[in-house]
Design a binder for this molecule. Structure first.
Ligand SMILES: Nc1ncnc2c1ncn2[C@@H]1O[C@H](COP(=O)(O)OP(=O)(O)OP(=O)(O)O)[C@@H](O)[C@H]1O
Ligand SMILES: [Mg+2]
Length: 216
């Protein structure tokens, strides 16, 4: 048997040790949240054989939008390539364990049942998770000892204010932004005084909403 020694930033240490069902980290961009949970997941699958784990996003059109690449890079960086088997859409973990990647928007109250029996569900970019998705997920991840992990960026409102103050300083007349399938973020824009508008040349998806706020 080999013992992994992974240095972890001190801020995340309580998450490693706490015997908790819910483990969450939120913070600013690039603060190491995804890397921490990615490593923690690989480490858990290695230490506890037959772990069934699912990496979740609110919307996941392709696997490129999932945590798969991060997990793969962690497996390689930890030198565990011989213990995990990487497939197109899943990763097999030691002792018949598995890591899969799912978007909550693709799930109904029926299809979510396929995740019953999973022991770990990690939601990254959880600021995008809808109340519906959370209410589907919580009763589904109920295997004995199961855990729900979440990592999110909670600074949208603060970033908004910082941007506005810079825009004012620069003498700009307005700020424009967009959201796609993200009710929480859209509500933040409304709360922040932004209003919907239709640009002459929409630049994103057909279902994207465009927001504008005048700066005076
Ligand atoms: N444990 C780690 N090992 C190696 N690199 C790391 C680690 N943690 C953070 N980093 C570096 O910091 C960068 C940001 O980390 P990460 O992507 O985990 O941040 P985040 O908090 O998830 O950010 P965001 O809110 O933008 O998703 C990474 O791209 C990587 O270069
Ligand atoms: Mg991240």
């Amino acid at each position: 048997m080999s013992i992994l020694r992974i240095p972890t930033a001190r801020i995340f240490e309580p998450l490693l040790l706490a015997p908790a069902r819910y483990k969450a980290a939120y913070g600013g961009r690039g603060s190491g949240k995804s890397h921490f949970f990615g490593e923690f997941l690989v480490e858990t699958c290695q230490a506890e054989r037959a772990t069934l784990a699912v990496c979740i996003r609110e919307a996941q059109r392709t696997l490129a939008q999932s945590s798969k690449r991060l997990i793969e890079s962690k497996i390689a960086a930890l030198g565990l390539g011989h213990q995990f088997k990487i497939f197109n859409d899943k990763i097999e973990a030691p002792g018949d364990g598995i890591i899969i990647f799912r978007g909550m928007q693709d799930h109904t109250s029926e299809s979510i049942k396929s995740l019953e029996g999973f022991r770990i569900a990690w939601v990254d970019e959880a600021q995008n998770l809808s109340a519906r998705s959370l209410s589907l997920l919580r009763p589904t991840i109920r295997a004995e000892g199961s855990q729900l992990w979440a990592s999110w960026n909670a600074l949208q409102l603060r970033l908004m204010r910082a941007l506005e103050s810079r825009a004012r300083h620069n003498g700009w007349c307005c700020i424009v932004s967009d959201t796609t399938d993200n009710l929480a973020s859209a509500n933040n824009f409304i709360r922040g005084g932004y209003r919907l508008y239709q640009p002459h040349f929409p630049w994103a998806w057909p279902n994207t909403l465009y927001w504008r706020k005048s700066i005076k």
